[in-house]
Design a protein around this ligand. Structure first.
Ligand SMILES: NC(=O)c1ccc[n+]([C@@H]2O[C@H](COP(=O)([O-])OP(=O)(O)OC[C@H]3O[C@@H](n4cnc5c(N)ncnc54)[C@H](O)[C@@H]3O)[C@@H](O)[C@H]2O)c1
Length: 387
């Protein structure tokens, strides 16, 4: 008998590591009587993570990140007993209020994505908090200087080699490329694409555009990384030349102000700007729009904005500079396999924090290698010692 099922259920059924982890945690119940507060994109793959933590006995209080919350996911989670605070937010003040509302419940553990929860904890700590996890590069950069104040076990999922190659390199590369096609419906063949940032994410983005027959250029602030891009066969001209020649510019640096209004004179007619970095600060969209050289702005359906410049040039911005793979029409985010791996690391790291297998000396540090080995062996279907 045919049954109608949702996309969230398809994603859940595709997360085979999380399903096995949920079955294990349902047996061991490491989160019994504990509340986990989360601030991570509320989309189908995170639903699979949050229900896995629930299977281990956790009460979940969840909110999303800026501009990426999907209503169907909120509905799905609420039906399963997750307390979801707020909806999709585009204003930082609304998002900050949701973060404060999560912390007002004083969760025992925190699952952070970008450092919003732990940065607020650093300003107003509460004794019940045992520690938690941080998902991203941007969050690690923000929280590392706060180590002395936080003084809690905080495991950084981003710094697992598995997250680096499976998600940041391969999955972000594929999904940013997919997002370019999804937003624009334009080709990449023969286009000149400039990628800002040649870290894990930038390497995947540059490789995917090159594999799609684009002439790809890399700009990185670090000369050693630029040399690596050169050895990988990418053009590495000056920043100004890389902007001037680009039909498409992708930012994936984690830094603010990569493309600003000061770059308007350099941009080619018809240039498309998109961001893959965590925060919507890499392309200074509001500054570009407010510049004197911009005389008109068209907002197309599905998140494409076209800036008309006084000299007749046009510049297109995708998703208002938000992380493109979770913005615009039907955003899919990174591949299920990469997120299944990363979220299994999340679940196991939270298990270790709940069981006090790590302490305050593990404040803003990478995933313990034993957990990496266990998760890699599970993905490959090989036996491993239980971490
Ligand atoms: N879109 C997604 O799904 C997704 C997934 C994972 C990470 N991210 C985000 O992507 C961003 C990059 O992550 P990563 O893991 O590649 O980081 P990374 O630290 O490995 O690499 C960043 C690179 O950018 C370079 N850089 C910094 N400032 C620069 C500047 N002003 N101009 C040119 N280059 C500059 C650095 O030298 C570095 O090589 C972060 O914001 C991260 O949170 C997004």
């Amino acid at each position: 008998m045919a049954q109608d099922k949702s996309r969230i259920e398809w994603i859940g059924a595709s997360c085979r590591l999380l399903a096995a982890t949920a079955a294990d945690l349902a047996r061991t119940r490491p989160f019994d009587a504990l509340t986990i507060g989360t601030a991570i994109h509320l989309e189908p793959k995170t639903a699979a993570l949050l229900t896995t933590l629930q299977a281990g006995g956790a009460q979940i209080v969840a909110t999303g990140n800026l501009n990426s919350t999907q209503d169907e996911t909120i509905h799905y989670l609420r039906e399963r007993g997750v307390t979801v605070v707020g909806g999709n937010t585009t204003a930082s003040a609304d998002h900050d209020a949701n973060i404060a509302a999560i912390l007002a419940r004083q969760p025992d553990l925190l699952l952070d994505n970008g450092g919003d929860l732990f940065a607020m904890v650093a300003a107003a700590p509460y004794p019940k908090l045992r520690g938690g996890t941080e998902e991203t590069t941007s969050g690690r950069t923000r929280l590392a200087p706060l180590r002395d104040t936080l003084n809690l076990p905080i495991l950084v999922i981003n710094d697992s080699p598995i997250k680096q190659f499976a998600e940041n390199k391969h999955a972000v590369g594929q999904s940013i490329f997919e997002s370019y096609l999804r937003f624009t419906n334009r080709s990449t063949n023969g286009k000149r694409v400039t990628v800002f940032g040649y870290g894990a994410c930038g390497k995947g983005v540059a490789a995917n555009f090159r594999n799609a027959f684009a002439t790809t250029t890399v700009v990185d602030a670090n000369p050693v990384t630029t040399l690596e891009a050169h050895f990988d066969g990418f053009a590495t001209p000056s920043r100004a030349e890389a902007i001037r020649s680009a039909d498409v510019i992708v930012t994936v640096t984690g830094a603010a102000g990569i493309i600003t209004a000061a770059d308007l004179p350099l941009l080619k007619d018809g240039a498309i700007l998109m961001n893959g970095g965590h925060f919507p600060v890499e392309i200074a969209v509001d500054g570009l729009i407010a510049d004197r050289a911009v005389v008109d702005v068209d907002s197309y359906d599905d998140g494409v904005e076209t800036l008309h410049l006084v000299d007749g040039r046009q510049v297109h911005i995708l998703g208002h500079g938000h992380m493109a793979n979770l913005a615009g029409p039907r955003p899919l985010g990174n591949s299920v396999e990469s997120m299944d791996l990363g979220f299994t690391l999340q679940a196991r790291c939270l298990e270790w924090v709940a069981q006090s297998r790590v302490d305050a000396s593990h404040c803003v540090v990478p995933v313990p290698p034993e957990i990496d080995a266990m998760v890699a062996a599970a993905y490959l279907g090989r036996p491993s010692a239980r971490a």
